[in-house]
Design a protein around this ligand. Structure first.
Ligand code: NAP
Length: 213
């Protein structure tokens, strides 16, 4: 198994590197600039250039060159504006799904969002275009032949790990430290039971390593 982390320079992506290292899972960090690549390589982290605004062909080449057989999508435009939200969180994500299918890669883990499937919550979220982008990226993924898992974390924070989560009914709300999202991703990647499943998670009472069984 070799995991390509798309969004490895991001907060969750960076924490996932640590989790994969501690679990001895082979990975490559997907990064979008030479500066990022130089910085990660200086810390002996394997890297792969990937820019989600690139053509489908170039994204396919990046994924192929990574040698990965598992994709984790943890990228996002963040606060860079809704044009980029459409380009990264929606079109960029879908391009990686199309490329993965074309390359015969099966396993694909998406970091989505809580309430991405609940239209009644989108207006009040204050980030409706983002919610729509996440919703339709997830919808595309469900229609692929990929062995997907979709994780819907609640509001992310930078608190220390709680190590315990609740896998929720998607009606409830809550928050979760990014490090526990990273731990959840590491648990999902190694658990075939999670294929074709979706999980809404916030901090809670269940040990992460048993939450996805
Ligand atoms: P983050 O720190 O903003 O990381 C996002 C990463 O995406 C960054 O490393 C960024 O690269 C990368 N990226 C942006 N444009 C790109 C491009 N064109 N090509 C390749 N990579 C690109 O986000 P996070 O806090 O770790 O969140 C991880 C995931 O959780 C995201 O998918 C987010 O939508 C989702 N999520 C967030 C919340 C929340 O409460 N914030 C809740 C639920 C889910 P640079 O570092 O170069 O900018």
């Amino acid at each position: 198994m070799k995991v390509l982390i798309i969004g490895a320079h991001g907060k969750v992506g960076h924490l996932l590197i640590g989790e994969l290292q501690s679990n001895n899972i082979d990975f490559v960090a997907g990064l979008r600039s030479q500066e990022q690549i130089n910085a990660y390589q200086a810390n002996n982290i394997p890297t792969q250039f990937i820019d989600l605004t690139a053509s489908l062909e170039d994204i396919g080449k990046s994924i192929k060159d990574s040698g990965a057989d598992v994709i984790v999508f943890s990228a996002g435009a963040g606060g860079a504006g809704y044009d980029l939200t459409m380009e990264i969180d929606l079109d960029g994500a879908i391009k990686t799904m199309i490329a993965s299918e074309a390359l015969g890669i099966k396993r694909y883990v998406m970091v989505s969002s809580i309430f991405s499937d609940d239209r009644s919550k989108w207006a009040a979220s204050g980030i409706k275009p983002y919610m729509i982008a996440k919703h339709y990226a997830d919808e595309h993924l469900r229609g692929t032949n990929l062995d997907y898992t979709i994780l819907h974390p609640g509001a992310l924070n930078n608190d220390d790990s709680v190590g315990k989560i609740d896998v929720l009914d998607p009606e409830k709300a809550g928050s979760i430290p990014r490090v526990d999202v990273a731990k959840s991703l590491a648990a999902i990647i190694t658990n075939p039971h999670t294929i074709k499943k979706e999980y809404t998670i916030i901090s809670g009472d269940t040990d992460i390593n048993s939450a996805f069984n």
